[in-house]
Design a protein. Structure first.
Lengths: 112, 112
C-alpha cells in the first residue's frame, strides 16, 4: 500500500530556530505539494513541484520559507527563522498531476 | 483566481440519515472536483471525484453531483454511520492544471 511519508510527525521548537520538514512522495508520482492547515485559514497551498521543478510557490512567505526537491524521493520544507504564527500542521501530498492528490499524515509544528 | 465556498461548516445527523454538503466555485474553467475526508490526526483522504464531463458519480454510499451551469457540486452520503464522522473538504481545479483550491471544510458528526 503506497503512501506518502512525512517526518517528523511532531515538532516543538522555539521562535527563531530553523525547522526542516521532510516528505517522501509515492514512488512514481511526479507532482509534489506542500500545504499548511490551520483552524483559521483551512488548507492553504504553499508550493508545488512537477518533475522536481518548482511550479508555484506564491503561497509561501519567501523571506522565511523555502521548499526544494533534492531528488525524486525527497521533498523538504524549511522555515528559518520560525515564528509562533507558523504553528500549524504541514501536509505533503503527491500525485501524477495536479488532479488526484494523496496526502501524507502531516507534521504538527508548534513554535513557542 | 478560483474561489471555493463550502456549506455548511458543521452538520450533525443521526445514524442512518443522509448527509449533503454543498460547494460552489467561481472559475468556469474548473473541470475537476474532488472530495476529501479527514479524520482526526490524519491527512485528507481522497474519497471521490468528478470531472466536468460527468453530471453524477456514485460509489457505494457516496455520490457526487455537478451542475456546471450553476457552478456548484455536492457530496451525498446515504445511510450514514458513526465512522463517517470526519471533516470533509471539497476542491476544484482548472483546465490549466493549477493546484487544487479547497473549501473550508464541513465537520460531519453522525450520532448513533
Amino acid at each position: 500500500d503506497a503512501r506518502v511519508t512525512q517526518t517528523p510527525r511532531d515538532k516543538v521548537t522555539e521562535m527563531g530556530q530553523e525547522v526542516t520538514m521532510r516528505c517522501q512522495p509515492i514512488l512514481g508520482h511526479n507532482t509534489v505539494f506542500w500545504y499548511r492547515q490551520t483552524m483559521k485559514q483551512g488548507l492553504e497551498l504553499l508550493a508545488y513541484f512537477r518533475n522536481r521543478a518548482p511550479l508555484d510557490d506564491s503561497g509561501m512567505p519567501k523571506d522565511r520559507f523555502s521548499a526544494e526537491m533534492p531528488d525524486a524521493t525527497l521533498a523538504t520544507l524549511k522555515i528559518q527563522p520560525s515564528e509562533p504564527r507558523d504553528s500549524a500542521v504541514y501536509f505533503c501530498a503527491s500525485g501524477l498531476s495536479t488532479y488526484e492528490q494523496y496526502f501524507g499524515p502531516g507534521t504538527r509544528l508548534t513554535v513557542t | 483566481g478560483e474561489n471555493v465556498e463550502q456549506h455548511p461548516s458543521t452538520l450533525s445527523v443521526q445514524e442512518g440519515d443522509s448527509a449533503v454538503i454543498k460547494c460552489t466555485y467561481s472559475d468556469s474553467a474548473s473541470n475537476y472536483f474532488p472530495w476529501y475526508k479527514q479524520e482526526l490526526g490524519k491527512g485528507p483522504q481522497l474519497i471521490i471525484d468528478i470531472r466536468s464531463n460527468v453530471g453524477e458519480k456514485k460509489d457505494q454510499r457516496i455520490a457526487v453531483t455537478l451542475n456546471k451551469t450553476a457552478k456548484h457540486f455536492s457530496l451525498h452520503i446515504t445511510e450514514t454511520q458513526p465512522e463517517d464522522s470526519a471533516v470533509y473538504f471539497c476542491a476544484a481545479s482548472t483546465q490549466a492544471g493549477t493546484a487544487l483550491i479547497f473549501g473550508k471544510g464541513t465537520t460531519l458528526s453522525v450520532s448513533s
